[in-house]
Design a protein around this ligand. Sequence first.
Ligand SMILES: NC(=O)c1ccc[n+]([C@@H]2O[C@H](COP(=O)([O-])OP(=O)(O)OC[C@H]3O[C@@H](n4cnc5c(N)ncnc54)[C@H](O)[C@@H]3O)[C@@H](O)[C@H]2O)c1
Length: 456
Amino acid sequence: MKKIAIFGTGYVGLVTGACLASAGMKVVCVDIEERKIKMLEEGECPIIEKDLPERIKKGVKTGNLFFTTDAKTAIEECDVIFIAVGTPTKKDSEEADLSAVFAVAETINKHATKRKIVVQKSTVPVGTGSQIEEFFMGKAEGGHGIAFFHAVVSNPEFLKEGNAVKDFESPDRVVIGTSDEDAKKVMSRIYAPFMRTAVGTTDRMIFMSRPSAELTKVFANTMLAMRISAMNAITELAEKFDADAKEIRKGIGSDSRIGPDFLFPGGATFGGSCFPKDVRALIAVMEKAGIDAKLFREVMNVNREQRMRFVVKIFEQLDCSVSESKIAIWGLSFKPGTDDVREAASLDVVQSILDGGGKVALFDAHAKESFRVAFGERAGVEYCDDQYEAIKGADALVILTDAMEFRSLDFEKLHSLMNKVVICDGKNLHDPEEMANEGVQYVCMGRPVFTAKKST
Ligand SMILES: NC(=O)c1ccc[n+]([C@@H]2O[C@H](COP(=O)([O-])OP(=O)(O)OC[C@H]3O[C@@H](n4cnc5c(N)ncnc54)[C@H](O)[C@@H]3O)[C@@H](O)[C@H]2O)c1
């Protein structure tokens, strides 16, 4: 089997490396962050991801998985090179910042002394594979005009943080964009261990052209984001007529043409390192190509406006002014089971409360440290180790993820610890009528409001 190098040991690169290694392949994971490589070499996993530490341990123990910052040696020794570095939104535009991807391409160009199969796994705008190829072929500025050509394959990743190992090992599909026959064979062998459970004749390995593969990834995320925004777009109307968006979701989700997934309404709208930046990147590519992206622009507008509408609702529930309030927040990551807080609702909600002069007490089982790093040390922010510690003396509790521990509530503690039992549920986890019966002043998005029964 060919030896594999993976550039980027983040959520995608590390999961890919660990899963391939524990399936028996020889893998070296390369990163420019020495801290991460050192942690990995010392047996620590730098991110929170279910089952990942076990896969890393297995890979290392079997002598299949290595970590390094030495890009040159990794390139020289490996025949297949995955690029799995970040492609965030640029600071000054909606375009994807491809500088890390091209930095790796440049390193490959510099050190490769024979043909490599370069597998582009980072999410990139359509046409990026061709740009990399042109760069390799010496057509683009900075190319070295080498006498052999690397194959450039698009192999976008569809894993979900929090479930990444399972998604990688049992994928719905593996998309491979290339017309290079040798690369097709090599990619088939790499993914073969994860294709054993294909149902019946269903082939989960999908070969297509490189631009189709690039566009498939960005459009898949845009489509999922669009479903969430479509559901959120109906909540304001539902509220005006006492309709229940949760019931509507069931009603439409039972239609096999629609399905129930990614249709959860709420105020903690989509975030993370993928959906927002991928929708923005698609808009940017379309507009650059002279195509009106108004549908996708609205996906982002609805997402932002719904989040802000939720913040207004939180403030409306307070008996005191925001500046006199202490608000407990449960859930800081963009979704449960990860420490990733990129573009998480928590960042906007906490910022809005602090802007209003209020104080916050924060709880998250995994993401406290990453939130602290992303948000910085600020006055008025308290980090708590226990979810009920956060609500002590609070004027409201705001729920921002659907973590399991937030799905059932200890009403005795809520009543004894909070100043007033007000719950603003950004994930619509609870039943408004039941909450009212428990004496909770409860608000969420797109559902009827009931008056709290017992005194709070
Ligand atoms: N996170 C997800 O859930 C997910 C899912 C599917 C696809 N993607 C896509 O995969 C890509 C990677 O995402 P991520 O979340 O793993 O990113 P990440 O930010 O977690 O990790 C990227 C890693 O790349 C490293 N890096 C940067 N430049 C490098 C270089 N020149 N050489 C070696 N390493 C370098 C960084 O130090 C970092 O460790 C992105 O394009 C993303 O859109 C992410």
